[in-house]
Design a protein around this ligand. Structure first.
Ligand code: C5P
Length: 231
């Protein structure tokens, strides 16, 4: 099968981008389940990369040092249905460890480095397999899968996002303080939105969903409806 420019037609992709705590992970896992698509949690890719770099004692402020560490990384991602993915570094399950705020901050530190982002591009694109992919992140629709059939940008107010994040962490047995979370989330968003390489911005052709007043089922229903219109 070939596409418009004679290129082989690629498997369909739905991208869901947006800031942390907007509900992307829940929506992406549910959509992947509903459509029997693969799931890419690109935040987990950056988180495991940062964890590996820390373990290799790389200097997180030095791109070459982080890059050298990444070249020795063996990460695996195993789908867990509605629960997202399990993440392994070599054979060790690091799914809990990469979800802490500390790991998120380390991820956002290495994510500003252009060479790190390009090093992780192929790894992310390899998730595009039949029958299709739901990709969750910050630059899925703008950089990683610019030809995605459906692009969604999911946002929510900072307070909503902090309280959702606190609940997610609590479900994983991690206690968090809401005020501290609002500060950390804002600081991370600011870094993600202002970096020169792959900043957090909606793709021009993305549909924007503000989810502060929507529950997860309503968000999923909206995305499924948009998908039916384009597929
Ligand atoms: O989505 P999550 O909170 O797991 O992502 C952790 C960090 O990884 C983000 O704050 C961001 O800095 C980085 N990230 C990114 N691009 C992506 C996904 C995550 O820069 N596509």
């Amino acid at each position: 099968m070939t596409g418009p420019a004679g290129q082989p037609e690629q498997h369909p992709v739905i991208t869901i981008d947006g800031p942390s705590g907007a509900g992307k992970g829940t929506a992406a896992a549910a959509l992947a389940e509903a459509l029997s698509f693969h799931l890419l949690d690109s935040g987990a890719v950056y988180r495991v990369a940062a964890l590996h770099a820390v373990r290799c004692k790389a200097d997180l402020t030095d791109e070459a040092s982080v890059l050298a560490a990444l070249r020795t990384m063996h990460a695996q991602f195993k789908p867990r249905g509605l629960d997202g993915v399990d993440v392994f570094l070599s054979d060790e399950n690091v799914s809990q460890e990469i979800r802490t705020e500390k790991a998120g901050n380390a991820a956002s530190q290495v994510a500003v480095m252009p060479a790190v982002r390009s090093e992780l591009l192929d790894e992310q694109r390899a998730f595009r397999q039949a029958p299709g992919l739901v990709a969750d992140g910050r630059d899925m629709g703008t950089v990683v899968f610019p030809d995605a059939q459906l692009k969604v940008f999911l946002t929510a107010s900072p307070e909503q996002r902090a309280s959702r994040r606190a609940k997610q962490l609590k479900d994983k047995g991690i206690t968090a303080n809401i005020a501290g979370l609002v500060d950390e989330i804002s600081e991370r968003d600011q870094r993600d939105a202002s970096r020169t390489h792959s900043p957090l911005i909606p793709a021009k052709d993305a549909i924007v969903i503000e989810s502060s007043d929507l529950n997860a089922d309503e968000v999923i229903a909206r995305i499924l409806e948009a998908w039916r219109q384009v597929s």
